[in-house]
Ligand binder design. Structure first.
Ligand SMILES: [Zn+2]
Length: 481
């Protein structure tokens, strides 16, 4: 532990200028966030002309019913226009709020609110009021955007199933969850700073991991049911197929659900969650309605690939490393009055004893990280795309893997094993068909600019994935011969 703290102290020495130098941080944040937004707009402008293409890529030309490709192009075009507008609009609002000292104002107002109820001087309490004031006020300007997206854009292209009353109740439920979970989280988060002083890094890491792991249990059991209904999977054929798949791979399947995704939208999906020894699979009712059981099974084979290669765990480790780096840099910004004055906080707050409010310093620090975070998100997407290819490959090679497993068992009957795995020999083509029909029915974009994709996409494009599937298939038959 002492080595860790010596190293962390070294980092702080290099960043010591933050505590003394008058740096125009506000200008820095404005410049960085506008650069990111303008770059994202540029990407949209690169992507936009592709929506005017009149024919799908050659590999997909037989996958579209008449009129379907035109529909997907029109949907893509509308979404791109909306993304361009909302990106610039959000940036403009944020930029104005920042320029005119919104954060300093919110801190003052939360102090006023607390003194009105006779609770002034409690920093953690004021921090919580401050964060929620910011949260509620900053979501207001984007509400019209999300209403437009749901009731105009998605509606126009036939995806919206959300009613206005569902939209409003969803909104209030999200606010309520933010308060119920966020307030205690923040209180403990800030208490750790108070208690551990500058040696907060390992303690905070431990707390964050505990919180993330408890969310793994809480989200599906407590939060998700507030929005959706999960019921046991009713399609008997599909159920048998998935249970068979799970048992052959020793996937610890405890529950198999279908979820009423169709309540809000007709977009479709499937996923799994849970602790290492007890997993739950959830399939959207829309997916079950769109694809035959044999293809949904292939989608699940891909999902089990994520489990087999421990992709969620790897992602968790990467994100822990990311959090660690951020926390390691933070102490330099924690006791830095010039940081607060740069964002219009009065001297009484910036030079407060024993230090400026932790939450304010943390929030401003987060804004300064904007350019680094943009790069991190590109890297994370690249990792995620790699995982998608691995999971696709897993589905193709499922037959071989299961054969090996079954033959390794004691008293395995070779003929029986061959019969069992032969059902899985076409998993790759089935996955390919499922992906195509998911794309076509969701009207997903099929022509994608490489730079746009590299920046935004956590999944390879459909043509890339089909090409990948072909390669794996070829490698597999080469091995068999
Ligand atoms: Zn995947």
């Amino acid at each position: 532990m002492d080595i860790l703290h010596t190293q962390l102290a070294n980092v702080q020495k290099h960043l010591a200028f933050v505590q003394t130098d008058e740096i125009d941080w506000k200008f820095f944040v404005q410049a960085c966030s506008w650069t990111v937004t303008l770059f994202e707009s540029y990407l949209l402008l690169r992507q936009y002309p592709l929506y005017s293409k009149t024919a799908p890529p050659p590999a997909l030309k037989d996958s579209f019913e008449p009129g379907q490709f035109e529909k997907s192009q029109a949907y893509g075009k509308d979404k791109a226009k909306f993304a361009l507008f909302s990106g610039l609009y959000k940036q403009l609002v944020d930029s104005l709020l920042l320029q005119f000292g919104f954060y300093a104002w919110a801190w003052r107002i939360s102090g006023v609110l607390l003194s009105a109820v006779g609770k002034e001087g409690y920093q953690i309490l004021q921090s919580i009021v401050f964060v929620f004031t910011l949260y509620f006020l900053s979501t207001l300007p984007t509400l019209p955007l999300s209403a437009y997206s749901t009731f105009v854009l998605e509606e126009k292209h036939g995806f919206n199933k959300t009613t206005p009353s569902l939209f409003v109740t969803d909104l209030f439920k999200s606010y309520a969850i933010a308060v119920v979970l966020g307030a205690p989280f923040l209180a403990i988060f800030l208490k750790i700073f108070e208690w551990a002083g500058d040696r907060f890094v390992p303690w905070l890491m431990a707390f964050m991991i505990t919180f993330q792991l408890s969310m793994v249990i809480l989200y599906p059991t407590v939060i998700q049911p507030l929005f959706n209904k999960l019921s046991p999977l009713s399609n008997a054929d599909l159920k048998a197929r998935i249970e068979n798949l799970a048992s052959k791979l020793d996937f610890p399947l405890t529950h198999l659900y279908e979820i009423d995704g169709s309540k809000r939208s007709s977009h479709s999906n499937a996923y799994f969650f849970g602790l290492p020894w007890s997993k739950h699979i959830v399939i959207f009712d829309t997916l079950i309605a769109q694809s035959p059981p044999s293809e949904v099974e292939a989608v699940l084979a891909h999902e089990l690939g994520h489990w087999y290669f421990m992709h969620p765990t790897k992602m968790l480790f990467i994100s822990q490393f990311h959090i660690f780096t951020i926390l390691a840099l933070f102490p330099a910004f924690l006791h830095a009055p010039p940081l607060l004055t740069a964002f219009d906080f009065p001297k009484s707050v910036a030079f407060a004893k024993p230090g400026p409010p932790t939450i304010v310093a943390f929030l401003l620090f987060q804004m300064i990280l904007t350019p680094i975070e943009a790069v991190v998100s590109i890297a994370m997407n690249a990792v995620s795309r790699r995982f998608e290819y691995e999971a696709d490959r897993f589905a193709v090679e499922l037959e071989d893997r299961v054969r090996q497993r079954l033959l390794a068992k004691e008293g395995a009957d070779k003929e029986k094993v061959e019969k069992e795995v032969s059902e899985m020999s076409d998993m790759g083509p089935r996955l390919g068909r499922a992906l195509v029909s998911l794309h076509v029915k969701n009207l997903s974009t099929v022509w994608v600019d490489w730079m746009y994709s590299a920046y935004h996409h956590s999944h390879p494009t459909l043509t890339e994935r089909l090409k990948g599937l072909e390669l794996y298939e070829a490698a597999k038959s080469k091995k068999a011969n």
